[in-house]
Design a protein around this ligand. Structure first.
Ligand SMILES: O=C(O)C[C@H]1C=CC(=O)O1
Length: 99
């Protein structure tokens, strides 16, 4: 298990046709919800006031995360920042994260 904090900032082109926008957003939602059901996309939070999110991914490797992120329908229209997470020695539930 490897945990990653990911920030996604969506920057859709202003001249994208409304139908094309709706279609890509619907595909993104389906892709995201499927990964949430598998547990790999463990958290998804909207950043207030932005078309951006903070997410937590729980995956096997850097390569798996890259495959997931590069498969996002909105990938061509997002800035993505990934932060790998390690166990904090003071975290009381750390034992849960060492399994
Ligand atoms: O709107 C976003 O935050 C981008 C993306 C992430 C999940 C989803 O459904 O859309």
């Amino acid at each position: 298990m490897m945990l990653f904090h990911v920030r996604m900032d969506v920057r859709l082109p202003h001249d994208l046709a409304p139908e094309a926008r709706a279609e890509i957003v619907a595909r993104e939602k389906a892709y995201s919800q499927e990964l949430q059901r598998t547990g790999k996309w463990a958290h998804l939070w909207r950043i207030v006031g932005k078309h951006s999110n903070y997410s937590i991914f729980d995956v096997e490797s850097n390569d798996e995360l890259h495959t997931i992120l590069s498969g996002l329908p909105l990938f061509p229209y997002m800035d993505i920042h990934v932060t790998p997470l390690a166990t904090h020695p003071s975290y009381v539930a750390a034992a849960d994260h060492e399994r």
